[in-house]
Design a protein around this ligand. Structure first.
Ligand code: UDP
Length: 497
């Protein structure tokens, strides 16, 4: 950690200095780094606080340090999180990481902000905090230090609305925990989604009978703290979430929808042409990207390849792997499949796999450990995405006009997949099934053109997504408003020390 303890002249105006503290997982860190670069491009000083266990693989597999070196107004800081694993963890260790943050990082963070290297006693005090909305303890620090806080969520608004902000409503209405086993029953207590969301489409943890689970506590805390912040940044665009945002604004009036964030990031970098060349890569991956899959894609005709990935946290059993594998191969479509190390529980040997499956895979498949996904989804060869419906994957797919087959795993993915199928008409939701015939049919239905309604919808959303990040687009203007508000909040920040 940098030591820049010095008393600041309390009379001189404070320069805007934003602290970004993200959750230590691939999706949130990737988004937060893009937001950080966008702020740097707008002339704001940024300190990016990363917890140690995610910073290690980030440094190992990317050039983030040299990339950000071109911004004199940027610096990294790290904070211990008590997580000892050398490699990034999967979903089964999600709560272990969250507990590490609570017990190890939280007191250190408070100390940093109250009297340490980021406090009013430092050379460059933080004037605004942008914190992942899961880090609700940040609100106490904000109150103690009088530093404004804006929360940032990298999960979907449809999840936040139905399964986080309305979690108290669901519990009060007796909708959660579920009474009886019918997962197809509509959930009527959440305003705006009465005809859309069934029990099975609520976030995965709503299926639990036990309201004392720590994840429920985390979400209730988020629902309580986010509306008390100065603002709320979301990775969506106004048009995409026009069903949800008006409801959310009744609770949190100051929302900044600035997505698709990766598209806004690219658009702003393009304006600064020296920072963007056709060869530039912007990897924030905590696994090593295998770019050989791009030359494999180059050999395929437009919209003929199925891309398969379950993201950075989900895991599957060998049985599920085999069902999906058979379904994909039987569809006859060429496929690019990401098999993240550690994502198949217990692992498997080729000797367990039927020979014809391996042979067909050699003919029409390409399997990699980790791909440059944004680039892959933007490749002309990609025709559909078999996805776990993580929010980043979903919005990256929407931005590139790629229809989806949704096989959600946990958290917000159950809600996202419902919205993909039912609201945005962008694909097929096959949640709660894992059957080779269903998968084969879904792949064919989404990829073959005859009577396929997904393609026009995907093209339409792609256009709206692109428009939202143009100069007068909604996300672009929301981002400019955020920058302006950061400047105003910074000039009003009073030093408390
Ligand atoms: N990703 C990637 N390469 C891969 C698979 C995923 O770069 O091979 C990125 C993807 O672009 C997305 C993130 O990892 O930004 C996954 O986030 P998401 O919210 O979709 O799912 P999560 O991993 O959080 O479950």
């Amino acid at each position: 950690m940098e030591n820049n303890h010095q008393v600041t002249d309390t009379k001189s105006p404070l320069q805007p200095h934003v602290l970004i503290f993200s959750l230590p997982f691939q999706g949130p860190v990737n988004c937060a780094l893009k937001l950080a670069e966008l702020l740097c491009l707008s002339g704001i000083h940024v300190t990016f606080l990363n917890t140690e266990h995610i910073h290690r693989p980030l440094l190992l597999h990317t050039h983030v340090v040299s990339r950000f070196n071109r911004y004199p107004n940027f610096r990294f800081e790290t904070i211990p999180d008590g997580v000892e694993h050398e490699k990034p963890v999967s979903a089964d260790r999600f709560m272990e990481v969250m507990e590490g943050i609570d017990t190890v990082s939280r007191p250190l963070f408070r100390e940093m902000m109250v009297s340490g290297s980021l406090s009013s006693r430092s050379v460059r005090p933080v004037t605004v905090m942008i914190l992942d909305a899961f880090l609700s303890f940040g609100l106490d620090v904000a109150l103690e230090t009088s530093i404004p806080v804006v929360f940032f969520e990298t999960v979907s608004p449809c999840f936040l609305w139905t399964s986080c902000f309305n979690l108290p409503t669901l519990i009060e209405a007796g909708d959660v925990p579920f009474q009886g086993g019918n997962l197809d029953e509509l959930i009527k207590s959440v305003p705006g989604t009465e005809h859309i969301i069934r029990r099975r489409d609520l976030a995965s943890f709503c299926r639990s009978d036990d309201l004392s689970e720590p994840i429920i506590d985390l979400l209730l805390n988020e629902a309580r703290t986010v509306p008390q912040a100065q603002g709320f940044i979301l990775n969506t665009f106004e048009e995409l979430d026009s069903l949800i945002l008006p409801h959310m604004r009744k609770l949190c009036p100051n929302i900044y929808p600035i997505g698709p964030l990766h598209s806004l990031h690219k658009a702003r970098l393009r304006e600064k042409t020296t920072l963007m060349s056709p060869k530039t890569t912007f990897s924030n991956s905590v696994w090593k990207e295998d770019r050989t899959c791009v030359s494999w894609l180059d050999k395929h005709a437009p919209k003929t390849v199925l891309y398969v990935s379950i993201g950075s946290l989900a895991t599957i059993t060998v049985n599920q792997l085999l069902e999906i594998w058979h379904g994909v191969v039987n569809s006859g479509k060429p496929f690019l499949w990401v098999r993240r190390p550690g994502s198949i529980t217990g692992g498997y040997e080729d000797s367990q796999i039927p020979t014809e499956l391996l042979e067909h895979t050699k003919e029409i498949g390409c399997i990699v450990d980790w791909s440059p996904q944004e680039h892959v989804l933007g490749h002309r060869a990609i025709g559909a995405f078999l996805t776990h419906s993580g929010w980043n994957s979903t919005i990256e797919s929407i931005a590139e006009g790629v229809p989806m087959i949704c096989w959600p795993y946990f958290s917000d993915q159950q809600v996202n997949s419902r919205f993909v199928g039912q609201v945005w008409k962008l694909g097929i939701d096959i949640k709660d099934t894992c059957d080779r015939l269903i998968i084969e049919k879904a792949v064919k239905d989404v990829m073959e053109t005859g009577g396929n309604m997904f393609r026009p919808c995907a093209d339409g959303w792609k256009i709206l997504a692109k428009e939202s990040v143009t100069e007068m687009g909604s996300s672009s203007m929301n981002f400019d408003r955020l920058i302006n508000d950061i400047r105003v909040m910074s000039s009003a920040t009073k030093l408390s020390g």
